[in-house]
Design a protein around this ligand. Structure first.
Ligand SMILES: Cc1ncc(COP(=O)(O)O)c(C=O)c1O
Length: 381
């Protein structure tokens, strides 16, 4: 057997032995609050579609309208002929909404994060990241030419000890697996304009702040660079880096993920523009989320596994991988889809169910979820 194949086989079987193997699950039809898989119907508490826009009919029609106007694909990278009027309108809309001079688009948040770190950092630079930052940021930091230091999650005292020279500080606005917020105001004031503050707000945009402007607006902080993704609360896909003219121009010239990649389909840019309008205008979606979030937390207040958050991400930290898998399986048997999150996505011993609420859930569904969770949690002790 080729040494390559030997290595691949071994890594997969080690994962399987430690209950860490992941599977792709084909969902039938739309990824709605109710979906069907393998002849069964499940209530979905495992999507990032916080505002319920991924299957919103009005938004679907807008995307179809975008296809009528612009066709299917962009046909080229943005610096060739892939940048259209729809992209220009999206840039204007985002900059006006979030208060930046430039926005550059990427096919995913993963690519946008990598573009920021790979392009802006050089040898001898210092990069400081929260330990729980997303894999795209940590990996890019490790591979970048800069020196990377990581501070303990949200630990300002630790961060302070690392800020001894000009640097780039990178944090998520809302942490994806914990649902907690970064102390952005304090980080900004610790930095005292001695570097660039970069915030990945994949899970805050649309959900927090005035008109859904995200965790920076919620904290009253304007970072130097903001990354927003369109595949979570905005219900579509893709991402943007928001920044000033200088950084925007530098990225346009040198960011390989931007220059050498096919631009987002213009119809998608058109749909994202409409999604932003809906996010801004339809505050009832955020109000509904807040109501459901409160109900969920009250119902599970007696359970130490349940962590209260200000966001729709509600981790239930159960510790061992086997217990997390068992709970997810039991919940599935009763019609609730909750994905078990295991190492290496989270630290060893902190396996969890990542419960996510969306504006399309009903109070009755939250009540049913918490009732079943309580009994499954008790039985799994
Ligand atoms: C914090 C964070 N940043 C970036 C990403 C990547 O975004 P995308 O799914 O658009 O690649 C994710 C997605 O899981 C995320 O949770």
């Amino acid at each position: 057997m080729l040494a390559f194949n030997q290595r691949f086989k071994q890594a997969i079987s080690e994962r399987r032995d430690r209950d860490l193997l992941r599977n792709v699950v084909p969902i039938k039809g739309r990824n709605d609050r109710l979906f069907s898989h393998s002849q069964h119907c499940y209530l979905n508490f495992s999507s990032n579609d916080y505002l319920g826009l991924a299957t919103d009919k009005t938004l679907m029609k807008e995307w179809q309208k975008g296809i009528d106007l612009y066709g299917n694909g962009s046909g080229a990278s943005p610096l060739v002929t892939g940048f259209s009027q729809a992209h220009q309108e999206l840039e204007q809309s985002l900059c006006e909404w979030l208060g930046f001079e430039r926005a550059l688009f990427f096919s995913s948040g993963f690519a946008a994060n990598q573009a920021v770190l790979f392009t802006l950092l050089a040898e001898n630079d210092l990069l400081v990241q929260d330990k729980l930052n997303h894999a795209s940021l940590i990996e890019a930091g490790l591979l970048s030419p800069a020196q990377m230091k990581r501070f303990k999650h949200n630990d300002l005292s630790h961060l302070k000890t690392l800020l001894d020279r000009e640097c780039m500080v990178v944090t998520e606005g809302v942490f994806s697996m914990d649902g907690d917020l970064s102390p952005l105001t304090e980080i900004k004031s610790l930095m005292a304009h001695q570097g660039l503050l970069v915030v990945d707000d994949a899970h805050g945009i649309g959900v927090l702040g005035e008109e859904g402007r995200g965790s920076c607006n919620y904290a009253g902080v304007q970072p130097d660079i903001l990354i927003v993704t369109f595949g979570k609360a905005l219900g579509v896909s893709g991402a943007a880096i928001l920044c000033n003219q200088l950084i925007g121009e530098y990225l346009t010239q040198f960011a390989k993920h931007y220059v050498y990649s096919t631009a987002l389909p213009p119809a998608q840019a058109f749909a994202i523009c409409r999604s932003i309008d809906m996010v801004r205008e339809q505050s009832w979606r955020r109000e509904k989320l807040a109501e459901l979030s409160y109900l969920y937390q009250v119902k599970l207040s007696d359970f130490c596994e349940s962590i209260n958050t200000l966001t729709p991400i509600k981790p239930l930290i159960v510790g061992e991988t086997g217990r997390a898998l068992h709970i997810a399986e039991q919940m599935k048997k009763q019609g609730f889809w909750l994905t078990a999150i295991r190492p290496p996505t989270v630290a060893k011993g902190s396996a969890r169910l990542r419960v996510t609420l969306t504006a399309t859930h009903t109070k009755d569904q939250i009540t049913a979820l918490t009732k079943t969770l309580k009994s499954v949690l008790k039985d799994s002790k």
